[in-house]
Ligand binder design. Structure first.
Ligand SMILES: O=C(O)CCC(=O)C(=O)O
Length: 159
């Protein structure tokens, strides 16, 4: 994983792979709250896909031109959340990413797709535990009006 990360609502500890209220692996401070407008956005996106999500946390990743994230499953949320198939809502801002979406097993075939600025990708239900990752960032593709380089990705989840 080559990203910079900020968690809102609940902190995901990259050493223990567990959620916690305060950032034990960083500065010990509580995770900043999830703004209600962010939760609204996640609810609307999930609803547009016929799913329900009352997000209580967001993992915000920043990818520079070298940023990437290996294939993984999002499986550190509560068993109840995962068993219910509550979706992950992923919002992309800035440079385009080459996003990989595989199956429920690491060796399953993988689809690669471009996630551009403004794209929202939702996976829930039977797709909730599908492997996914980011193999590269296409530098210089962020919309000019954003005046930014790199990519922000926000994933909304329910613990
Ligand atoms: O950046 C992305 O599009 C994927 C992020 C992701 O897989 C994660 O935060 O678990």
């Amino acid at each position: 994983m080559h990203v910079r990360m900020l968690c809102l609502g609940r902190h995901w500890n990259g050493r223990t792979y567990r959620y916690e209220p305060a950032r034990a692996d960083f500065d010990g401070l509580p995770a900043p709250p999830l703004p209600p407008s962010f939760a609204d956005l996640a609810r609307e996106a999930a609803s547009a896909c016929g799913m329900c999500l009352e997000a209580d946390l967001c993992i915000l990743n920043y990818y520079d031109a070298e940023g990437r994230m290996g294939l993984h499953q999002d499986k550190d949320e509560s068993p109840a959340s995962i068993e219910a198939g509550l979706p992950v809502v992923s919002v992309s801002i800035g440079d385009t990413a080459r996003f990989l979406f595989g199956g429920l097993k690491r060796r399953d075939p993988i689809d690669a797709m471009a996630l551009e600025s403004g794209d929202v990708f939702v996976f829930g239900g039977p797709a909730r535990l599908r492997y996914h990752g980011v193999s590269r960032i296409v530098a210089g593709t962020a919309p000019a009006e954003l005046e930014m380089s790199g990519r922000f990705n926000l994933t909304f989840r329910r613990y």
